[in-house]
Write a protein that binds this ligand. Structure first.
Ligand SMILES: Cc1ncc(C[n+]2csc(CCOP(=O)(O)OP(=O)(O)O)c2C)c(N)n1
Ligand SMILES: [Mg+2]
Length: 590
């Protein structure tokens, strides 16, 4: 998988680069070209795998990658590559790296960067840029990459002097992976890649304005612990920040020590074992009734690494109306942003939970846990098991059963995503990879590829929607090329199902433009060199899942599921968390 086998440079483009100046003013003894400095700094940062796509102004860099000890994965579209870097980062906890060319290459990154930004995923994106002297001239394939990506990156910059290159890349890794993590983009004009300079081995960072704190304030930790000890009905509301902080162990110890039930956001799934009695599973718009009721009735809500997103809170005014709110977060700007917080604790969740566990007391809270058990019994996630058609929830349960709950799951966006969150029970962090904040259709397949690259020994299953899959399905060719045995389960309802559900419920069943004709996915899979299976009978589901799991090639299974199934429960947009639709429908099911 080295760049050696994959890179092909056109001689015309190569010639163009060779005419570039090689030693800028102000650089002492010329020793290393910028492109080599980039590669050496990536290796120094521990990069073993990266994703990216060729183009004129990154040819000097790709030439140096030819001999580099770095695995290189070439997607079929830069958006796919960025989601791969994102899936790699989420599955491994490391920084995902992507390199693309200027103009169209950089523009194609925008959706991937915004996806990573909204979900706080560490990515370093390197983009080629036209020669420094041409910037602003509307040169061929010039785009204002830093301007375009400023709102969708944690930080970005352009390197205008080769002497700054190594330090800038080190800083990019540092910024991406510390504090509230996120994507960082470094734009590198082609002349800077060619220019030679003595390297800067000092490894010193120059970031006076960026000092993310990690230790929570001791007094704030004590007041939070005091509030917990005084609480009769506490609930933990846990987000993706706990996974980013690698704090799942500390969370379990803390929840056990203080005896508090745990509700998770979509991105928080996996931070606490859902098989445990104290798990309330997911909260929010399509969360469990028991999580939502518990939040509405709690007297203390302890948010950790979560940001009070509207899909979680419903109507803000009536969210957790009886609760004092503790908010533990690394990002001070998220404190009291959407909702007033009574006790903020700013810092790293791992350290804060480890400190807080020493100050909390175990309390039985028998009435509270009894009430929760009743809600859990009365309102489990449910679907009609007696239906003759293939219910999408049944497919997910079967995948759960046959993977023994141990697969890495990625998703598209829509109903497929919500059912995956509801019906696959996650037990460990970095097991569920989904675009939560931006809600990017097309994320599932490339993210699965990135996850499989990061975790070659795990089973990686993309549970996808037909239309989500349509958006990036060309990446199946990437999975085939790199022999990545990912599984894709398309819950094929023919519809933009989640959109159709809203049209059914809120637009009088006027299904305006939410239906598209799909290709035969088995044929698509086979044409791209993968295995393909079509399932149109309920009885064939277990056999197909078994065959898929045994398949050595990438495998696509087209499950022709019930077309007009809905996701329940549902808190309509703008309603209070306890105003859930569909509970009666769920209760009436066997
Ligand atoms: C890139 C993008 N475009 C549009 C949307 C809006 N949207 C949200 S869900 C959805 C339908 C998804 O359809 P499908 O992938 O088939 O999933 P289903 O809901 O049927 O499971 C759409 C269009 C989106 N989230 N992302
Ligand atoms: Mg669909």
């Amino acid at each position: 998988m080295s760049a050696k086998r994959s890179s092909t440079a056109s001689s015309a483009e190569s010639k163009d680069q060779s005419s570039l100046p090689s030693s800028p003013k102000g650089c002492a003894a010329a020793s290393k070209a910028g492109a080599q400095i980039i590669v050496d700094t990536l290796v120094e940062q521990g990069v073993e795998t990266m994703f990216g796509y060729l183009g004129g102004v990154v040819l000097p860099l790709f030439d140096r990658l030819y001999d580099a000890p770095i695995n290189f994965i070439i997607p079929r579209h830069e958006q796919g590559g960025c989601h791969m870097a994102d899936g790699y980062a989420r599955a491994s906890g490391r920084v995902g790296v992507i390199v693309v060319t200027s103009g169209p290459g950089a523009c194609n990154l925008v959706t991937g960067l915004a996806t990573a930004m909204m979900d706080s995923i560490p990515i370093v994106a390197l983009t080629g840029q036209v020669r420094t002297e041409l910037i602003g001239n509307d040169a061929f394939q010039e785009a204002d990459t830093t301007g375009i990506t400023r709102p969708v990156t944690k930080h970005n910059c352009i390197v205008k002097d080769v002497k700054d290159l190594a330090r800038t890349i080190r800083e990019a890794f540092y910024i991406a992976s510390t504090g509230r993590q996120g994507p960082v983009l470094v734009d590198i004009p082609v002349d800077i890649q060619v220019a030679k300079c003595q390297t800067d081995d000092s490894k010193e960072l120059n970031l006076p304005g960026y000092r993310p704190g990690t230790k929570g304030h001791a007094r704030q930790i004590s007041s939070a612990a005091k509030a917990i000890n005084a609480s009769e009905r506490p609930v933990l509301y846990v987000g993706g920040g706990v996974i980013s902080a690698n704090a799942a162990d500390e969370l379990r110890k803390f929840a056990d020590a203080a005896h508090i039930p745990v509700a998770m956001t979509l991105l928080g799934l996996g931070s606490y074992d859902q098989k445990r009695d104290e798990s309330l599973d997911m909260l929010g718009m399509h969360g469990s009734a028991y999580a939502n009721y518990a939040v509405q009735e709690c007297d203390l809500l302890i948010a950790i690494g979560a940001r009070f997103d509207d899909r979680v809170t419903g109507k803000l005014k009536t969210f957790a109306p009886n609760a004092k709110i503790v908010h533990i977060d690394i990002d001070p700007s998220s404190i009291s942003k959407n909702i007033h917080v009574d006790i903020p604790v700013v810092g790293d969740a791992k350290e804060i939970l480890a400190a807080m566990v020493r100050e909390v007391e175990y309390k039985e809270r028998a009435d509270w846990f009894r009430k929760i058990a009743q809600w859990k019994k009365k309102f489990p996630f449910k679907y009609d098991k007696n239906s003759g058609s293939i219910k999408p929830q049944y497919v997910i349960e079967e995948i759960y059963k046959q993977t023994k709950g141990d697969a890495i799951i990625t998703t598209g966006v829509g109903q497929n995503q919500m059912w995956s969150a509801q019906f696959y029970k996650f037990s460990r962090p970095r097991q569920f990879l989904s675009s939560g904040g931006l809600g990017t259709m097309g994320y599932g397949l490339p993210a699965a590829i990135g996850a499989q690259v990061a975790q070659p020994n795990e089973t990686v299953v993309d549970i996808d929607g037909d239309h989500s899959f349509n958006m990036t399905m060309t990446e199946l060719a990437t999975a085939v090329q790199y022999k990545l045995p990912i599984k894709v389960c398309i819950l094929n309802n023919g519809y933009m199902g989640m959109v159709r559900q809203w049209q059914e419920l809120f637009y009088g069943k006027r299904y305006s433009c939410s239906y598209l004709q799909n290709p035969n996915y088995k044929d698509v899979a086979e044409a791209l060199g993968a295995a393909g299976i079509t399932v149109d009978k309920k009885a064939d589901v277990p056999k197909a899942v078994k065959q898929m799991l045994a398949e050595k090639k990438p495998c696509v299974v087209d499950f022709r599921v019930e077309r007009e199934e809905n996701v329940w429960p549902m808190v309509p947009a703008g309603a209070s968390l306890d105003e859930m639709d569909g509970l009666d429908i769920m209760e009436s099911m066997a």
